[in-house]
Design a protein around this ligand. Structure first.
Ligand SMILES: NC(=O)c1ccc[n+]([C@@H]2O[C@H](COP(=O)([O-])OP(=O)(O)OC[C@H]3O[C@@H](n4cnc5c(N)ncnc54)[C@H](OP(=O)(O)O)[C@@H]3O)[C@@H](O)[C@H]2O)c1
Length: 328
């Protein structure tokens, strides 16, 4: 698989990473055996970056990755994990905490759970409104100096925040939601800031949390505790109108003899982002990895644009309280 420079600080990763979140949380039932097999298959297919966070589980996902990587050559894998949402050691959630004290404590805990002596890419998962981002980044910089982390990123940060963070320690990547269903960064200055400062873009939920795969035809498919039951895009009239967009994407995909997931991923990759589609099964992984071999022409882009222009998805991407917690 193609390796891409992620940002300009020296990190190189596969064009597609593997989003591991669903193996532990948010998207219904999990299966550890299939999850471990999926991670192994991803590495075999040339995926080098595994995306996790201490909050996925909490801790279960980092431990799973630790298990998957045991006995492997550590330098073959880029582990990307996240801090800044506070959990006690027993998993009790306290909310955002971007204080240097917490970041140091959480980093040591993540290293333990991952079974490694360094994290390749460490993100501030959310910006703590009560802690100046300069203080959080100061801790990240100390972690780099201590050799505990190699590269620094932030997730879901506004353009001005990215600038402030980058001034303290050069950012390698910003992780944010980006897909045919979510193109906010094209209009709010984030994308332009990343390009100006030489910071890489890591696109999370590149399949619109699975919607763009075409496999979701009713919200009733979701388990009772599936996060998407609270996601406005999967509710009521929004669901119906978003499904119509997916149907149009599917028709374009069929004309190219690819699947809707593959077309959606190829579009994200064409925008210069590193995509981290999430799956907990080998079958989807293999389909998604094959998207890296698809050539997207300018005509394809125009046809996609015609059925899925910026802002096409109906409904906010998070519930009202979670929308409020995003750095704006
Ligand atoms: N920074 C942040 O705040 C943040 C937020 C959300 C996610 N993330 C990261 O981004 C990663 C990806 O995002 P995501 O998992 O939310 O959304 P996504 O990649 O857009 O979609 C994942 C969903 O799509 C399904 N899927 C994947 N490939 C498929 C295929 N080929 N055909 C049919 N269905 C398919 C998965 O099913 P199965 O699960 O059944 O395999 C899962 O339900 C996460 O794993 C996580 O690491 C970060």
């Amino acid at each position: 698989m193609e390796l891409r420079a992620l940002g300009t600080q020296g990190l190189h990763v596969s064009a597609e990473g593997l989003g591991c979140m669903g193996m532990s949380a948010f998207y219904g039932a999990t299966d550890e055996t299939e999850s471990l097999a999926t991670i192994a298959r991803a590495l075999e297919l040339g995926v080098t970056m595994l995306d996790t966070a201490e909050g996925y589980g909490p801790f279960h996902n980092e431990r799973l990755i630790g298990k998957a990587l045991a006995g492997r050559n550590r330098e073959d894998v880029v582990i990307a994990t996240k801090t800044g949402v506070e959990f006690d050691d027993d998993g009790t959630l306290h909310g955002f905490n971007g204080s240097p004290e917490y970041i140091h404590r959480a980093a040591d805990r993540s290293l333990r759970h991952l079974g490694t002596d360094h994290i390749d890419l460490y993100y501030l998962h959310r910006i703590d409104p009560d802690v100046p981002v300069e203080e959080s980044m100061g801790a990240m910089s100390e972690l780099v100096a201590a050799g505990k982390i190699r590269y620094v990123g932030v997730s879901e940060a506004a353009a001005a925040t990215i600038r402030r963070a980058h001034a303290v320690h050069p950012l390698t990547a910003v992780q944010t939601e980006y897909s045919l269903f979510e193109r906010g960064i094209e209009g709010d200055g984030v994308r332009a800031t990343l390009d100006e400062l030489g910071i890489g873009l890591v696109a999370y939920s590149p399949l619109g949390r699975g919607f763009l795969s075409g496999a979701i035809t009713s919200p009733d498919q979701f388990a009772a505790d599936d996060f998407r039951r609270t996601d406005p895009r999967f509710q009521g009239e929004n669901f119906a109108s978003n499904l119509a967009v997916v149907d149009a994407v599917r028709r374009l995909a069929e004309e190219k003899s690819v699947t809707p997931s593959q077309l959606a991923l190829a579009w994200v990759l064409h925008q210069g982002a590193v995509a981290i589609p999430g799956t907990k099964r080998r079958r989807y992984l293999e389909e998604n990895v094959a998207a890296t071999g698809i050539t997207i022409t300018e005509q394809d882009i125009a046809e996609i644009e015609a059925v899925a222009p910026r802002g096409v998805a109906s409904g906010d991407r998070y519930s009202a309280d979670l929308m409020q917690s995003l750095n704006g």
